[in-house]
Design a protein around this ligand. Structure first.
Ligand code: HEC
Ligand code: HEC
Length: 372
């Protein structure tokens, strides 16, 4: 059975094709089909699953705003669900400079063509704009590239949370055959042959060049990749006119509908694992690419199938396409699917427009650049 089409209402309602893959499976332009047949609304299970989901998160106590109170009531005192971006951690400048150089150095890849920056473009929201990543020799990865901005706020790294820290994460792409496809002996030999790196490692790590110091330097640099001063942060910090009436309506809906029960905290996400498709059944056929299994790939627990780290929504307007498989091209469609998959609701075009307008206020500044 195929997904129903979204409400056929006027722009800016998303026009989700009936074949949209809802963040599942491979995007249509990868030529591997679209909607998994078998993804159906799980009518009778819905109530039980909601209760289960709520029980899981009962500690979160997202404030529901009663009635139509004044919009000012949406300030920081109204809820602690979403919190302003903290200042960047203070880290040593020399190590940041080393990490920045490593981050942009294509020689860390097998054929010298791909750096961290190739996929995490800091001028494009810290991601690559592709459904799934493209590594050395055009090799295509299996999941969508998340932003590196504010990633130090994530409680774990990767969609499936398989790295606990940024340093642990950084070792992944260097050795991933679909990304940089290199190995530590080659990387360390390259670094040792570069007199500038020799001096930099001397300054930061007393000359120790090792996987630990390389990944530590990259992680140290990444801690500076924060995007302060989004309009939403300005609003939370007391600038009442930082958001328009539509954006405030979207913020209210984000709290009232329960989006904030998953996307919450300083990262507006990035601090929980949750199933994707709480209100959708899993494919009957079981024909699911391993990358759709999420956390299950780490734990091997059946209950972790289809469980992912809830992504941070900071700068989400800059990081299309969406979901772990990059299958959904627009923010409006992603919001519409969230209503359906995570809340069991068909969001109206007005809800989608307001929520999307609110999400666009989460775009911060990078090195003072307007909105990115
Ligand atoms: C070929 C493209 C590509 C390259 C090169 C690459 N990344 Fe990534 N990055 C990705 C993809 C795809 C993911 C998500 C992988 C997953 O979750 O399984 C990711 C995830 C991450 C994350 C976790 C973000 C989150 O929200 O979970 C960080 C941090 C990161 N990369 C930093 C780096 C660093 C540092 C380098 C260089 C050492 C690098 N990346 C190189 C594509 C790339
Ligand atoms: C039950 C938890 C939960 C709820 C409730 C929820 N989300 Fe999500 N959200 C997720 C998870 C998990 C993902 C990642 C899904 C995937 O790609 O596998 C996600 C992804 C997203 C994305 C795509 C982000 C990206 O970078 O690809 C957007 C946008 C989003 N959610 C917005 C919302 C909005 C708006 C609401 C409320 C209407 C909402 N979410 C409600 C858990 C939730």
């Amino acid at each position: 059975m195929q997904a129903d089409a979204p409400p056929s209402t006027a722009a800016p309602t998303p026009s989700v094709p009936a074949t949209a893959s809802m963040g599942r499976g491979v995007p249509p332009d990868q030529g591997m089909g679209a909607m998994h047949v078998g993804w159906v609304l799980a009518g009778a299970l819905v109530v039980l699953v909601v209760m289960w989901a709520m029980a899981q998160r009962s500690d979160l106590a997202v404030t529901r705003l009663a009635g139509d109170g004044p919009l000012q009531a949406l300030g920081p005192s109204a809820t602690q669900a979403l919190l302003p971006l903290p200042d960047a951690p203070v880290v040593p400048a020399d190590t940041v400079a080393l990490g920045e150089r490593l981050f942009a150095d294509k020689r860390l890849s097998a054929d010298g063509t791909v750096s961290c920056l190739s996929c995490h473009d800091l001028k494009a929201g810290g991601a690559d704009g592709l459904p799934t990543a493209r590594g050395v020799q055009g090799r295509t990865g299996t999941v969508n590239t998340p932003t590196v901005f504010n990633s130090h706020l994530n409680f774990v790294q990767f969609w499936d949370g398989r790295a606990r820290t940024l340093a642990e994460q950084a070792a992944g792409p260097i050795q991933n055959p679909l990304e940089m496809a290199s190995n530590w002996p080659d990387v360390l030999a390259m670094l040792r042959a570069d007199p500038v790196y020799v001096v930099q490692f001397q300054t930061s790590y007393g000359g120790d060049m090792s996987p630990q110091t390389v990944t530590d330097a990259i992680a140290t640099y990444e801690k500076t990749l924060v995007t302060p001063n989004s309009r939403f942060d300005r609003y939370l910090r007391g600038q009442g006119d930082a958001l328009t009436a539509l954006e405030l309506k979207g913020y209210r809906s984000f709290l009232d509908l329960g989006c904030a029960s998953c996307h919450q905290g300083v990262g507006i996400g990035g601090n929980l694992f949750q199933p994707f498709g709480i209100f959708l059944t899993r494919p009957v056929s079981g024909a699911e690419p391993p990358s759709d299994l999420g956390r299950y790939n780490v734990t091997g627990q059946a209950s972790d199938k289809g469980v992912f780290k809830v992504p941070s929504l900071r700068n989400v307007a800059l990081t299309a396409p969406y979901f772990h498989d990059g299958s959904v091209p627009t923010l409006e469609e992603a919001v519409w699917w969230m209503g359906r998959a995570q809340l069991g609701r068909e969001l109206s075009s007005a809800d989608v427009a307001a929520l999307s307008a609110f999400l666009r206020t989460l775009t911060g500044e990078w090195r003072g650049g307007g909105g990115r």
